[in-house]
Design a protein around this ligand. Structure first.
Ligand SMILES: Cc1ncc(COP(=O)(O)O)c(C=O)c1O
Length: 913
């Protein structure tokens, strides 16, 4: 894993996992230290060795570039230790502050240079144009390395003051180097691939090979440019790819494989065209149709004679009483407010203009066919999808621990949930994810009951709150093998950022859907299916089907995948910004229903800032998402490591790895943890490829029960005493999450706080004597060992299973929900009342009238119509959390009375007859 200098004192090797921008900065800092040591009399060889090790990977970045790297080597050769220190320090500072993007002086080896030679510094950078966004372009070429500096100079000469952006070329000569550069250089926005490059890197750096394993490519004498383009597109789909060839470009352009390429050029005579295309490609990602228009709108002198008095801000800024709000938020917030959908603004309910275009761009970025912007959070996106895709009576296989929006969506729409259980993590009072075997069994049961046609949807959370990631592709393929038109709704509220990591992307809904789509088109897929059918035979038992990795029939599959993202949870959208992505070959059959769902759930007054932030967050992720996500992962791994390695912190706290949170049977690759010394890019990738469940590295379950704190208490203390906010809690843990906003200072702050708390505990225990120790041990035992068993979903009462099958547990939750509206048909019994125990023993059944959702853990332990069992009551009685939605301790459990149930059952029986 990525060992940062911050935690180990040594910079990370690049083949170690997620050694990203932080690790690069560490390598430079380390070089400065070695130069300083040399200047103070230590061995020069160490400095030279470190510099030598960095040479290969530094070539994947424009800065510091070959001239400054050569200057460093020259200073070593000339025994100029002070000169080496000064230059290494300047380069490091320029990298850390990113000043090289604007400052011409950073590109010159000579600090005191009055004038910077034109071919040393990139023209186009410099004070006057300091604010132009900067990116880098990878050029893959067969030209000899000696010609590269001249090529760079040629590219720089193309720059014009009119250009909206400025970029630097980065030149490589092989397939391996191109793949490494695409992985290591987050500043890349485009790639130009010329014919004639070779496979092997010119550097004999075996550590690069673990990176190129990503591409799963075999060596051939000359690599095909189209093949490289395809590999790069898989790693970084946001990059614009250009092919330059001397061969028959017409043929190349017509090849279906060239779909991944933005344009094909004939030879180099088109250099200026290529330059303009690169800028246009970046401009296309930079353009934010809604936000751009909103900015223009805000500049116009507009008289508003509609609702929304705060639009234009006059009632705010002219007020003695609320002007502070205006001053706090700034004038633009009000100038950009409008309730109009005309005058250049579009309608969220029926977008035809810039919202539509913004959504189309979001679809491109997320790998979807279409995207709906939603301004009421993923709570609403989920309800929209459930309503649009399910009709009353349809069955949906649902993770019982999913967010409440799914359960309420089913209540509203009348769909019948068939709850499936995730594997429990009782020790931490939380659930994992639903095993594929459980899901397949549910489908096979429905089939055996002759009711598979009513099963319309599989509804799962990916990743779960605690970070369990499904093998989305495998789940969908195996389910499609049983029901080829099953719809998948993946709640990826937390996982939107994963699209921008090549490691996590295949395990997102859209990432997997794109791979399945490609597989469906491959003629070999039908062969694979038929071969498996021949092996299975016509009457394969359920057991055989459960034990086989099922292949669907590509000719029958109708791929219907939906993904919801809380864009505000992992990208730069304002709170409640959410996106619903669609990849559904049958979308035309549900389009009208989707409109209705939008009309049902979307506000008629959507917030303009929110829509703009959805648009802008897409721009950001397409242009810098790769680096930001990489950094978030690196931050998480550094936190994991700091906690594990600190002698005092690790005595009281730990962050759970995959070995603790994913049972071994679901880790087929043998992966144990990101901290395992053997983990590198290749092993982590294998786990992500093969394992049934993986852990999102950015979600960290920090166990605090071992420090004597329950989750809620610890979360409160972090917030009130240390200004540290964390995510959810469990009985004995809190969830710490890194995101694209985190920096290494945040790591330092968290580690400092944990060290301080550990120190306090240590002192308290040392000074408190035997009693304090005894109390502490008892508290830890209570939190860590005396944990309540997690109750499974029991079953719906027969009164709500009028049309249910024999083998499955689905029920008519809507009727149960509305039964609670009949006050006379409901009763309340306090949780501690002996009547509960008597009823559990002798009946009649206790049937919940509503959802009961304790926070934590946050999943419904009772749903309307569910028969309450001893396990549920035991769990409730042991539960020591204050916040339980749907349960009033003074009144007790709200139940559908036995009389009401008898009446409902009678009605149901009559209907069934
Ligand atoms: C899995 C899951 N889905 C959906 C939601 C709701 O998302 P939002 O807060 O954007 O409405 C949440 C919220 O925490 C969630 O955890």
């Amino acid at each position: 894993m990525a060992k940062t200098a911050a935690t180990t004192g040594h910079p990370a090797r690049i083949d170690q996992l997620f050694a990203g921008p932080g690790a690069r900065a560490d390598r430079w800092r380390n070089l400065v230290e070695l130069a300083q040591a040399w200047a103070n009399g230590a061995d020069k060889a160490k400095f030279e060795a470190a510099l030598g090790e960095m040479t290969a990977t530094e070539e994947f970045h424009a800065y510091p570039g070959s001239q400054l790297m050569t200057a460093l080597r020259d200073r070593a050769a000339a025994n100029d230790a002070q000169g080496a220190v000064a230059l290494a320090r300047r380069i490091t500072r320029a990298l850390l502050t990113r000043s090289f993007r604007q400052s011409a002086g950073d590109w010159d080896a000579n600090e005191d240079a009055d004038e910077v030679a034109a071919d040393v510094m990139p023209p186009g950078t410099g004070r006057a144009e300091a604010r132009r966004p900067y990116f880098e372009v990878l050029i893959v070429t067969g030209a000899p390395a000696a010609r590269w500096p001249a090529l760079c100079a040629e590219w720089r000469r193309l720059r014009r003051p009119l250009d909206q952006f400025v970029y630097e070329p980065v030149i490589v000569g092989s397939f391996e180097d191109a793949v490494c550069a695409s992985l290591l250089n987050a500043d890349l926005a485009a790639v130009i691939i010329h014919d004639g490059f070779v496979f092997r890197s010119r550097h004999d750096a075996p550590i690069l090979r673990t990176l190129t394993a990503e591409a799963e490519e075999k060596e051939t004498a000359q690599m095909s440019a189209l093949r490289l383009a395809q590999v790069l597109k898989r790693i970084r789909p946001e990059l614009d790819l250009y092919l330059v060839s001397n061969a028959a470009v017409e043929e190349i352009a017509g090849d279906p494989k060239a779909d991944v390429v933005r344009r094909v050029f004939y030879a180099v005579e088109e250099l200026l065209e290529l330059h303009l295309s690169i800028l246009e490609g970046v401009q296309d990602r930079y353009e934010t149709p809604f936000f751009d228009n909103l900015k223009k709108y805000a500049q116009r002198p507009i008289g508003t004679f509609h609702a929304l008095p705060i639009a234009r801000g006059k009632s705010v800024f002219n007020s003695d009483w609320i002007r502070d709000m205006g001053e706090f938020y700034g004038i633009n917030l009000f100038l950009a407010e409008s309730s109009a959908t005309t005058g250049g603004l579009d309608s969220m309910l029926e977008p035809t203009g810039n919202i539509k275009r913004a959504q189309e761009k979001a679809a491109r970025a997320l790998g979807a066919d279409r995207v709906f912007f939603v301004t009421n959070g993923t709570s609403t996106s989920n309800k929209m999808a459930v309503q649009a895709l399910l009709a009353p009576g349809d069955i949906a296989i649902v993770d019982r621990n999913c967010h409440k929006s799914h359960h309420y969506g089913m209540v509203l729409g009348g769909a019948q949930p068939l709850y499936v259980e995730a594997f429990p993590l009782t020790a931490y009072s939380m659930y994992g994810a639903v095993p594929l075997r459980t899901i397949k069994q549910a489908l096979l049961n429905l089939k055996a009951d002759g009711r598979l046609n009513r099963a319309k949807m599989l509804d799962l959370t990916n990743c779960t709150f605690d970070g369990h990631i499904y093998n989305t592709r495998r789940v969908m393929e195996e389910c499609l093998a049983i029901k080829p038109d099953l719809i998948f709704l993946w709640d990826e509220a937390w996982f939107g950022f994963a699209r921008f990591s090549p490691f996590l992307r295949p395990r997102t809904a859209m990432g997997a859907a794109n791979e399945i789509e490609a597989w469906l088109r491959d003629p070999k897929s039908v062969e694979a299916y038929e071969k498996q059918q021949a092996e299975l035979g016509a009457d394969a038992s359920d057991e055989t089907l459960l034990n086989t990795r099922l292949i669907p029939d590509p000719r029958k599959v109708k791929l219907r995948v939906y993904q919801t993202n809380s864009t505000h949870k992992s990208m730069s959208a304002i709170r409640q910004g959410s996106q619903l992505s669609v990849k559904d070959v049958e979308f035309h059959t549900v389009e009208a229903q989707f409109k209705e769902a939008v009309f049902t759930h979307a506000s008629t007054s959507p917030n303009q800032q929110l829509i703009a932030s959805l648009d802008v967050s897409r721009r950001q992720m397409e242009l810098e998402g790769y680096g930001l996500v990489h950094n978030a992962i690196e931050v998480a791994l550094a936190i994991r490591q700091a906690v594990a390695q600190h002698p005092l912190i690790s005595k009281y706290f730990s962050i759970l790895g995959a070995d603790k949170l994913v049972p071994a049977e679901y880790r087929e690759s043998g992966f144990t943890d990101y901290l395992d010394g053997k983990t590198n890019w290749a092993t982590a990738r294998r786990s992500l490829h093969e394992d049934e469940f993986c852990l999102d590295p950015t979600r960290m379950t920090l166990v605090c029960g071992t420090a004597g704190y329950d989750g809620t208490q610890f979360k409160g203390m972090l917030a009130s005493r240390y200004n540290v906010q964390v995510n959810k809690t469990s009985r004995n843990s809190v969830l710490v999450q890194s995101n694209i906003n985190n920096t290494r200072s945040d790591i330092a702050h968290l580690v400092r706080v944990l060290a301080e708390i550990s120190n306090e505990i240590e002192q308290r225990l040392a000074q408190g004597g035997a009693n304090v120790r005894k109390e502490f041990d008892a508290r830890v035992k209570s939190l860590m060992t005396d944990v309540p068993d997690l109750p499974n979903f029991s079953h719906f009462h027969d009164a709500f299973r009028k049309d249910a099958g024999k083998r499955t547990q689905e029920g008519d939750m809507r009727s149960a929900f509305y039964a609670a509206y009949d006050a006379e048909g409901c009763e309340y019994i306090p949780l501690g009342d002996a009547e509960i125990d008597r009823r559990l023993k002798d009946g009649p059944d206790l049937v919940s009238a509503n959802f009961v959702i304790p926070y934590p853990p946050g999943f419904p332990i009772m749903v309307p119509g569910q028969v309450i069992t001893q396990e549920t009551i035991d769990f409730m009685r042991k539960l020591d959390v204050k916040e339980i939605h749907g349960y009033d301790a003074a009144e007790g459990l709200k139940l559908v009375s036995a009389d009401a149930l008898a009446k409902l059952a009678g009605v149901a029986a009559k209907r069934a007859a």
